[in-house]
Write a protein that binds this ligand. Structure first.
Ligand code: TRP
Length: 336
């Protein structure tokens, strides 16, 4: 019998998950995770690289991101959830990998570059307060993926550079120390980056997101005040009509309709509010089952912690086994 390939993916616990996460990675995750031996990691160590001054926020959001994953319908009996910091072998492997990456490779990483700019409050205007930990988090992410020999990694478009670096590290490691790791591949969804209600990238930090756990009232408030234009015509033109086009993308995600079908549906409207009201209904309808499933975990948080505790036990065993092989190949297996 062929054993299943291993899938691993992760979420940073820095806030609740939103529609951008859904369109960019969760939808794909949900579609494919049952075909593999799947692991979903709560990346608390990675979250701390830019939230080291706010550990309570990271702590609180561990529960939230797992609840969100369970709410969208990931079955904890078919995927293993665990917390990154509970697996010391990941930190250990990060140290070993750090010899195989140059500082200039890390400085060239486009995703990290953008993040450093966005986080100038912590890292300084010119990156003069950039930490070793933040610059190096892609190395740690390579360890997240390889410590368990994952081959399939469903992620958003912005994570492509991390997977490229991981493959590069794997090749270098295998060349130097003998065949040890498999080369992982990203699995992307087609909607790469969803904009928030203000036209900027949808993001927890920019406060412009529709959360998977939003109530109907919250959705109403947000959509009603979403920026449009004065034309009162629904058609897709992200250059000329960024606001309306973005709302059409939300509509597309929650209704499954194409842009053409959406244009056709609203060709006779007089005011955008008619489109917005319909969008509110569709969003509400779409998120309702998530909210209902989430409520069960909000009322019984110990269910979430049980999933995480059991996941930890299972993953630790695998990590210990794999670390024996890694240490042997690196000739640091002194007392094994
Ligand atoms: N960097 C990912 C994000 O910001 C989270 C993450 C951490 C991850 N480790 C991972 C994703 C390993 C896939 C595999 O969304």
């Amino acid at each position: 019998m062929m054993s299943k390939k291993i899938l691993l993916t992760g979420d940073r616990p820095t806030g609740k998950l939103h529609l951008g996460h859904y369109a960019g990675s969760l939808k794909k995750r949900l579609e494919i995770y049952e075909q593999y031996e799947s692991y979903i990691m709560v990346a608390d160590v990675q979250a701390l690289t830019d939230n080291f001054n706010n550990p309570q926020k990271v702590r609180d959001n561990v529960f939230e991101v797992v609840a969100d994953n369970l709410a969208i319908g990931i079955d904890p009996n078919k995927a293993t959830f665990f917390i990154q910091s509970e697996i010391p072998q990941i930190a250990e492997l990060t140290v070993f990998f750090s010899n195989l990456v140059t500082i200039s490779e890390l400085k060239r990483n486009p995703t990290v570059k953008t993040e450093i700019k966005e986080k100038e409050r912590i890292f300084g205007h010119e990156g003069e307060h950039l930490t070793f930990g933040f610059l190096g988090y892609p190395v740690s992410q390579a360890a997240d993926i390889t410590f368990i020999n994952a081959e399939v990694v469903p992620v958003g478009e912005d994570q492509k550079p991390m997977l490229e670096l991981t493959r590069q590290i794997v090749r270098k490691f295998n060349n130097l120390y003998g065949q040890t790791f498999k080369e992982p591949k990203e699995v992307l969804d087609n909607i790469s980056r969803l904009q928030g209600l203000d036209g900027k990238k949808m993001s927890k930090s920019l406060n412009n997101a529709i959360y998977l756990s939003d109530s109907r009232e919250e959705i109403e408030k947000k959509i009603r005040k979403a920026v449009t234009d004065s034309e009162n015509k629904v058609y897709f033109d992200p250059e000329k009509k960024p606001g309306v086009s973005n709302l059409m993308t939300y509509y597309q995600i929650v209704s499954g309709k194409s842009y053409n079908e959406i244009e056709d549906e609203f060709k006779d409207i007089k005011y955008y509010i008619e489109f917005k009201e319909k969008l509110i209904d569709k969003l509400d309808h779409f998120l309702k089952p998530f909210r209902e499933r989430r409520r069960e975990f909000e009322n019984n948080p110990e269910k979430v912690w049980k999933v995480l505790r059991e996941g930890k036990e299972k993953v630790l065993k695998k990590a210990e086994e794999n670390m024996k092989i890694i240490r042997k190949n690196m000739k640091i297996d002194y007392f094994l």
